[in-house]
Design a binder for this molecule. Structure first.
Ligand code: GCB
Length: 590
């Protein structure tokens, strides 16, 4: 009889994780899924928390289905015996006893698979899972990924089998000082596979991604660039049938690009015109709805299609009372409807990449977006691995959304202390952003220099637009200082006030001098609008925040685990008085 494998032999290995880090999914291996045939693997997965990571230590993925005495092997696992959880979802909102669980959990599923044609390739693609994901299929290690909010893919062509495939996923949602974000944030650390998971098929040689927007500073010159998965020579065809456009893109060593003139209707919030763009090679084809618009700065002005625009915005977290960080089309449409009701035109998607669906719907309905990576507060700016992680998350986000007209600003971080290490870290991110996408503006939410009472930060020099968070009237009680700051500041670039605000418990009423009442928050907004109007370089604002959101560090009697600075309660229905003040202000703001 064959001797049973000893699954406990590695139990004393300290660096047991290292063996799984060889195949790391990154922006380099990410593929465009737009217009591809996909098979969703969403739905029930067997699920168990595994806080000791015994799955990784004892290599449970090497499972033998049944031992000699009829029990599953390895002896401590029982994939099929575990209850199920629905994917996508956050375990914190799905399982009552896992509300604060921030460690590793296992997902298991079997799936049948329609055999691929000879030459066809198959990828396992994730839209987002927190924070580190380890993937095992049919007894083999497939790979891992770091980053909680960006997509990633692995090729699994040679590991798939015709009938039952066994997929094990270990998701580690722990916080750590070296991650991006680090262990201290003002939002809830949701865990799980909270976005779609799918199989994607491609031909043997496929288009890894393509990028098409207007050439910067033009309104009638389109560029298109294509990257193939291999360094082949050949050509791609670029088509916008509605305009009768058909262009050939010569491909050399796997890459090609063209620029051509086109008579287009420009995309804008008022006219969110999208064109169906097809890109095809001999074997492969992708298709996306793309809008074309120009965004640039001119002195202190932000110009959309050449015209000055004031960004009437709001900040939004990806946080929902029942869904957690998972979301769906209806939630996004409702968010945009609330913005339009407030006469806004701009959303800051804070503080990490939100689902891809957001920018797609924003493209379609007509909203401008700020997208951000979680370089938040004092992450470990001196650690090289932290930088690599941050840059990779940035690249994955840009690769995913760079064809979205709604996205006009990439933000490389939020409220980071002005140290040398941070300057070098974040200026490198700004540089990388421009390399990956020269068509958009680069920003970051900076802090006020409270000693000099001035908007001053060495990173500003590296940004196109300066984001600034200030909490005058809330954390900073001397409201008058705000005007001093604006007067002391002489800038030649536009500023977006990326945060201001104050907490109010919906339904808590009182005088405008009583903190946590709706009246206090309303009065604070009125003072902020009056004051900010005095600085001509303020060209937009995204007050903090649209909806109350979970924040574990918020523990007073009005907060109860929520940040209550929302203009709308966490039920996403009950509007506070400050919502209507903002609505009135935006209605009249040019
Ligand atoms: C900030 C942070 C944001 C917090 C907010 C607050 O400055 O950027 O993440 O939630 O303040 O409410 O204190």
């Amino acid at each position: 009889m064959k001797k049973a494998e000893n699954f406990n032999q590695d139990i004393h290995v300290v660096d047991y994780r290292l063996q799984y880090e060889e195949n790391r999914a990154t922006a380099e291996t990410l593929m465009s899924i737009e217009g591809r045939e996909i098979e969703l693997l969403n739905g029930p997965f067997h699920f168990s928390p595994d806080p000791y990571e015994t799955c990784l230590r004892a290599k449970w993925f090497k499972e033998k289905k049944i031992s000699d005495n009829g029990l599953p092997l390895p002896i401590d696992s029982d994939f099929e015996g575990w209850p199920t959880i629905n994917v996508p979802s956050c375990w914190n909102t799905e399982c009552k006893d896992l509300y604060y669980y921030e460690s590793t959990a296992l997902y298991f599923k079997t799936f049948k698979y329609k055999e691929h044609n000879p030459g066809e390739r198959v990828f396992l693609h994730f839209e987002g899972s927190s924070y580190r994901t380890y993937v095992f299929l049919n007894g083999k290690v497939i790979g891992m990924h770091d980053g909680a909010s960006t997509p990633f893919s692995f090729e699994i062509t040679d590991t798939l089998i015709p009938d039952e495939n066994r997929l094990i996923i270990a998701v580690d949602a722990s916080r750590s000082k070296d991650r991006v974000p680090m262990d201290n944030t003002d939002w809830f650390n949701y865990g799980g596979i909270y976005r779609d998971i799918m199989l994607v098929r491609t031909p043997a040689t496929y288009i890894q991604n393509f990028f098409s927007q207007l050439q910067p500073h033009t309104t009638n010159e389109v560029f298109a660039s294509v990257t193939m998965d291999k360094k082949i020579n050949g050509k791609a065809i670029y088509r916008i049938t509605e305009l009768g456009i058909e262009k050939e893109i010569p491909i050399k060593e796997g890459k090609g690009s063209i620029v051509f003139k086109a008579d287009l209707q420009l995309w804008s919030p008022e006219n969110p015109k999208l064109y169906t763009v097809e890109i095809s090679t001999e074997d492969d084809a992708l298709c996306e709805n793309i809008g074309f618009r120009d965004i640039q700065v001119d002195g202190i002005n932000i110009l959309l299609n050449g015209n000055p625009i004031f960004l009437k915005g709001i900040s939004v977290h990806e946080d929902h009372i029942t869904l957690g960080k998972s979301t769906n089309e209806q939630v996004i449409r409702d968010t945009i409807a609330d913005l339009k009701e407030m006469h806004g035109n701009f959303i800051r998607l804070a503080h990490y990449p939100h689902t891809r669906l957001f920018s797609k719907i924003a493209d379609e309905i007509g909203v401008l977006l700020w997208e951000e990576i979680p370089v938040y507060w004092a992450i470990n700016f001196v650690n090289e691995a932290t930088y690599t992680d941050a840059e990779n998350q940035l690249a994955e986000l840009i690769m995913r959304d760079r064809n979205r007209a709604s996205v006009v600003i990439w933000s490389v971080g939020n409220e980071n202390p002005d140290t040398d290490a941070r300057l070098s870290f974040m200026s490198s991110l700004a540089k990388k952003t421009r390399e990956l996408d020269p068509t958009r503006l680069v920003s970051a939410a900076c802090l006020v220099n409270t000693t000099k009472l001035k908007l001053e930060d060495r990173l500003m020099e590296h940004l196109d637009i300066i984001g600034n968070n200030e909490y005058y009237g809330w954390y900073e009680p001397n409201f008058e200082d705000l005007l001093t700051i604006l007067n002391n500041t002489d800038l030649t670039k536009p500023v977006i006030i990326t945060e201001f605000g104050g907490g109010a418990r919906a339904g808590n009423h009182g005088t405008k001098d009583t903190m946590w009442t709706e009246e206090f928050q309303e009065a604070l907004y009125i003072k902020q609008f009056d004051t900010l109007d005095k600085a001509k370089y303020v060209r937009g604002m995204t007050p903090w925040i649209f909806y109350d959101f979970r924040a574990v560090r918020r523990l007073n009697r009005y907060q109860e685990g929520f940040n209550r600075k929302g203009l709308i309660d966490s039920d996403r229905k009950t509007k506070k008085l400050a919502f209507y003040v903002t609505q009135k202000y935006y209605k009249t703001k040019g």
